[in-house]
Design a protein around this ligand. Sequence first.
Ligand code: CP
Length: 309
Amino acid sequence: MERLEHILESQQFSREWLENELFPLAAEMEKITATIKRTRTLAEKEMVSFFYEPSTRTRYYSELAMWRLGGNVIFSTENAKEFSSVAKGETIENTIRILCLGKPDIIVLRTDEEGMAKRAAEVSTAPIINAGDGKGQHPVQAMTDLFTIKKELMKIERRHLVITGDLARGRTARSLAYLAAKYPGIKISFVSPDAAKMGQDVKDYLKEHAVPFEEIRDIREVAPHGDVFYITRIQEERGQLLIKYGPPAFWGVNQEVLDLMKKDAIIMHPLPHKEEIAPEVDKDPRAVYFPQALNKLYVMMALLKMILK
Ligand code: CP
């Protein structure tokens, strides 16, 4: 098994690693978790969980993954800009240096600016897991997303992905596009308001890797064709008000879109969702975003085991 160090961006990983190492181990973690509450696999290993931005899923499932494997979360904060010395102006580099003096085995880090996870990794003596860096990337989410597609549809190859919402500022959409590009036959339709189009860096990468993609404004154009609908919200915390983009009907899922979609398509969302998912969608069997959220626990357990064992 390849030794993992920092997890910073999707481009680091190969399809072979996902298929032969991560996904089988995540599936094993899911099985173990069904019968054993806590193992001793990572007994005495220590995690720091340091979040500049709010989180429910990533923080909870990271800390739970460590606990389930017998390890300890020794220091955890949300809103580090208020509840840590970041509030006094301490840099990311010095924050990481101080954390590392305590010799943690791993640091799960969410920051509010693109590139901060890489800056942290440059000075860290512990592996860094990027749990989202501003509008940069969220690679663990992308691994979780592909693991979910594999579980739900059996294979990822040759799927038509419809990725919608605030693609300019949505790190989950960006990381998913980078990671899905590793699979042959993938096609991507990006659906967004004009002001929230996918970044040029992602589009250049897709071109370089011969992944066909298109950019459209109305999800109804591709609703009958997509295999995976990956819906995201407008990132209002980054100063982009939903109202600026008009009704989410153009990039969201409602009854009209459900009626157009294939019977075996799936609807995903990194969550939390807002108006872009109409209330009736939660009851549709094609909506898999709650199992998708839980899959992050199994992927995180697998990653922790790979990095720390
Ligand atoms: N998808 C995701 O990262 O959710 P949280 O912000 O709740 O961690």
